[in-house]
Design a protein. Structure first.
Length: 142
């Protein structure tokens, strides 16, 4: 299955690798309103939607996933489980699954990693990883 270029994805991700409030300000529209209103407290799937939209893999208006529009009239998935399903459906299963991962498990590897975390309402993450720089800490993979 086709996937975005990692370098393009990394560049796009850097634009939204900020606090939830800042992500709301950057994207604006209904994304911003829902973040400002306190409805969206986890920007992980929104950040990944931004990356997909910016790299030629836009979230379709008619996709079955929970989404809202940004000021750019693009759509942003806001539920983590929906993003995981979307990524699996559109890009296939993860290339690597590691149980109880450590950062050292990913040194020298590039890609999109999906992980489940055992804190913050069982927040799950989607993240980009480049060599030794990781956008979020990883605890247990999907």
């Amino acid at each position: 299955m086709n996937r975005p270029s990692f370098n393009e994805a990394w560049l796009a991700f850097r634009k939204v690798n900020h606090s939830v409030a800042d992500v709301g300000s950057i994207i604006g529209g209904n994304v911003g309103k829902n973040i400002t209103g306190g409805y969206f407290q986890n920007a992980c799937p929104i950040r990944m939607s931004y990356v997909l939209n910016a790299t030629g893999f836009p979230i379709a208006r008619n996709s079955p996933y929970a989404k809202v529009s940004g000021a750019d009239n693009k759509f942003y998935i806001y539920r983590v489980n929906d993003m995981i399903d979307y990524l699996t459906h559109t890009m296939g299963k993860p290339d690597l699954i590691v149980n109880n991962p450590k950062q050292s498990d990913f040194i020298g590897k590039k890609g999109n990693y999906r992980s489940k975390r055992a804190w913050l309402e069982q927040c799950q993450r989607t993240t980009l990883h480049y060599g030794m720089a990781v956008s979020v800490q990883i605890s247990a993979t999907y």
